[in-house]
Design a protein around this ligand. Structure first.
Ligand code: GDP
Ligand code: MN
Length: 338
């Protein structure tokens, strides 16, 4: 054999399947969970579901991140669940705090106003730190440097169907960069100035805008206004090199410099989604229909019978969020078919 022909990157792992002699080559990928020590039970529940429906047959590793040190008890209770590698990381302070140059008086005024108008998490600084971290920093964490692909997982989510196909390998082999299961409308009060700031970026850096992009999904008037559709980022399967790349780095810098993570309450979901829609080709964004998934009140259940049966899904197709009034999936369908 010719070693120069090996396509294995140095970090790639191989996993011996239990009942076969063939070696399955895993993608250079990991699960990523941002959690608090108090999320222990929810973390266990999500990992258990993921292992049962997918990962016990594949053995992808996990990276758990926290802005505070994980307790020994947390690490012990979680490590026991999986055979694959699991690492626990601390987030550096600079990646998880309101920058000094933010005018705290303005930021506090915005929080007060949002509390008064009942905007979800409107009064929370830690939620804002979280959104900013997920927007611009998680993929820079030292434990994630060795990985290219990630699957974001939150505590207390459900996976309803057997996942036969390896989503990471699927993404890699089909030239996909960003994958989602649920798409919804953002709350306008949290992103008052976001679109005008995005527009400024687009005008300043036209070279970053992809031909054949997905602007048609997030704007109904060729970019004049944002229709607030975004991919729900509590679930993401994506390529971190996209976030690490030139376009997104410039984009995040531009957004961050305006202070909207604190003066407003920009979420990582619209930030990621707008970037994916503008800097990627439309067919690099993938809808994972076969991944039945639940986060809080909303869940995706595969509606086509053959997918639902193949996955032995435990969800009701009737309960799927896909065609709910708050779902952007109908727009996605129209966009894809346009
Ligand atoms: P929602 O999905 O927007 O309702 O927000 P969540 O409360 O679920 O938070 C999103 C993710 O960030 C989840 O994975 C949480 O566990 C995590 N998270 C939120 N706040 C904190 C925090 O202060 N510290 C840590 N370590 N994780 C957090
Ligand atoms: Mn959540």
């Amino acid at each position: 054999s010719d070693p120069s022909k090996s396509s294995l990157p140095s970090q790639s792992q191989q996993h011996q399947c239990e009942h076969s002699d063939t070696t399955y080559e895993l993608a250079n990928a990991t699960f990523v969970m941002l959690v608090r020590n108090s999320d222990l039970e929810g973390t266990i529940s999500s990992i258990r579901a993921l292992e049962d429906r997918f990962n016990s047959r594949f053995g992808y590793p996990y990276v758990l991140l926290n802005n505070e040190p994980f307790t020994e008890e947390f690490k012990r209770r979680v490590s026991v669940l999986v055979r694959s590698k699991i690492e626990f990381g601390l987030i550096p302070k600079e990646h998880w705090s309101q920058p000094d140059w933010i005018d705290e008086e303005n930021a506090a005024k915005a929080r007060k106003q949002m509390i008064a108008t009942n905007v979800k998490y409107g009064g929370s600084v830690s939620y804002r730190n979280m959104c900013r971290f997920n927007s611009g920093f998680f993929y820079r964490h030292e434990l994630l440097q060795k990985y290219k692909w990630y699957w974001r997982v939150e505590p207390n989510v459900k996976f309803y169907c057997d996942i036969h196909l390896d989503p990471f390998r699927y993404m890699e082999e089909n030239n996909k960069i960003y994958g989602f299961t649920i798409t919804v409308y953002e709350i306008s009060a949290t992103i008052r100035t976001l679109w005008s700031i995005v527009t400024e970026f687009v005008e300043r850096y036209p070279e970053y805008i992809a031909t054949d992009n997905a602007m048609g999904f997030i704007s109904d008037d060729h970019g004049k206004t944002y229709n607030r559709c975004h991919f729900w980022s509590n679930f993401e399967i994506a390529n971190m090199d996209f976030w690490r790349g030139e376009a997104y780095t410039a984009f995040f810098e531009h957004l961050d410099s305006k202070g909207g993570f604190y003066y407003e309450r920009w979420g990582d979901a619209p930030v990621h989604s707008i970037a994916a829609a503008l800097f990627l080709k439309r067919d690099q964004i993938h809808f994972f229909d076969e991944i039945g998934y639940q986060h809080d009140d909303w869940g995706h259940c595969p509606i086509p019978d053959e997918i639902w049966e193949k996955g032995r899904c435990s969800c009701s197709q009737k309960g799927s969020f896909d065609y709910d009034l708050s779902s952007c999936k109908p727009r996605w369908d129209r966009f894809v078919n346009s």
